[in-house]
Write a protein that binds this ligand. Structure first.
Ligand code: MG
Length: 387
């Protein structure tokens, strides 16, 4: 069996004309490092797209690719991989991927480094090891995860980053005309009256499309209940992230009170995060983010959701396409996947960063059938990687 020879983490920076989620508002100007805070969700963003790519090579020359978040202080995550985790992966059998994952997780677990950047680093390694396993087996990863249930997944259009309601409606309509039937708008880019936003979108798009709202964690549970109730006459698909991530009790109160399904999960790292919300009856739709959780935990979260008859609609975010490909492979193997987020402002402009294998057309993702993740960074992308 070919063992791991080398593990390396790199950063990849992709310039942007317009920041992710649309133009920064007045008072949200970037500092000299290129960071700015959006008032709508109090969260820091960067003026560039930045991600971390992990390359793992075996002694027999098989190369696997992984990826995780690199938006803020990417050197922190890279140091965890290059200075520490790499030594505990090298000389291991890549087919022991979950054992490697659990052992490294345990190494800092009781110091409570069981999430955050530590887990991001581990997620990227985990994805790269699964890629190697698929390549050695000559199979797409979904086949190693229990089976390829589907080759296509409905893609919902996420984000309508335009400054006026009229323009947001036009943008949504342009996607509907391309064959997309599900949409999500985000409160930081919406009208103050969410019912006004919902009414305009529903009137323009018609009754047959699905419309969800990402509430960006920025309400108390009482505020969220009243905002969701205002949107419900216009048939809300799901309400995402209505309260602060720590407020499980508030989330549970919302989930038990409103008619609309409540969706959360993009900030989770492990099935323990999922289980706490599932046990509290606080979630109807789980939204794991592959770039944070990695393949091993993505499946554990997905299976926990399925065992409670919950839906799974994975998150998508800033990346080169590597962790998106991983997310689609895992999604292909899970039964309760209903849809997958489609970040058109990222995927479409970053398509040239990975080899052909993922398509988004007529409202559907098509999933690669090639071994492993099915996509690789292009030569151009590899030339941009910085250690
Ligand atoms: Mg979100």
């Amino acid at each position: 069996m070919s063992k791991v020879k080398k593990v390396e983490a790199f950063s990849l920076t992709i310039p942007r004309d317009k920041p992710y989620l649309g133009d920064a508002k007045k008072g949200e100007e970037a500092n000299k490092k290129g960071y700015f805070v959006r008032e709508g969700n109090k969260t820091v963003y960067a003026t560039v797209d930045r991600t971390i790519i992990v390359r793992i090579e075996t002694h027999s020359g098989v190369v696997g690719w992984g990826e995780t978040y690199g938006l803020i202080a990417p050197e922190a995550t890279m140091a965890l991989i290059n200075d520490f985790m790499s030594d505990f992966v090298e000389d291991k059998d890549p087919f022991d991927v979950s054992v490697i994952y659990e052992d490294i997780y345990n190494m800092m677990r009781f110091r409570k480094y069981s999430g955050g950047y530590y887990h991001d680093a581990l997620a990227a390694i985990d994805i790269a090891l699964w890629d190697i396993c698929g390549k050695i087996a000559g199979l797409p990863i979904s086949k190693l995860l229990g089976g390829q249930r589907r080759k296509e997944i409905p893609a919902y259009v996420s984000g309508l980053p335009e400054p006026t309601l009229e323009k947001r409606v036009q943008l949504a309509l342009s996607w509907k005309n391309k064959g997309f039937h599900s949409f999500k708008f985000a409160t930081p880019q919406a009208a103050d009256n969410l019912n006004q936003e919902m009414e305009a979108l529903r009137t323009a798009l018609g009754d047959s499309v699905k419309i969800a709202c990402d509430m960006h964690w920025n309400q108390t549970s009482a505020e969220a209940i009243s905002k969701i109730a205002e949107m419900e006459p216009y048939k809300l698909w799901f309400a995402e992230a209505p309260v602060a991530t720590e407020d499980i009790k508030g989330l549970s109160h919302i989930a038990r009170t409103v008619k609309t399904p409540v969706a959360v999960g993009e900030e989770w790292r492990t099935v323990y995060d999922a289980q706490a919300r599932i046990d509290a009856d606080a979630v109807h739709i789980v939204q794991p983010e592959m770039g944070h959780v990695g393949m091993t935990q993505f499946m554990r979260i997905g299976l926990a959701a399925q065992s409670h008859n919950l839906s799974i609609i994975p998150h998508a975010t800033i990346g080169s396409g590597i962790f998106l490909a991983a997310s689609l492979q895992a999604s292909s193997a899970l039964e309760n996947i209903k849809s997958h987020e489609y970040q058109h402002t990222i995927f479409d402009r970053n398509k040239h960063l990975i080899t052909e294998g993922i398509e988004v057309k007529h409202g559907l993702y098509s999933i690669s059938d090639k071994p492993g993740l099915g996509v690789e960074p292009t030569e151009y992308t590899i030339s941009l990687l910085k250690k």
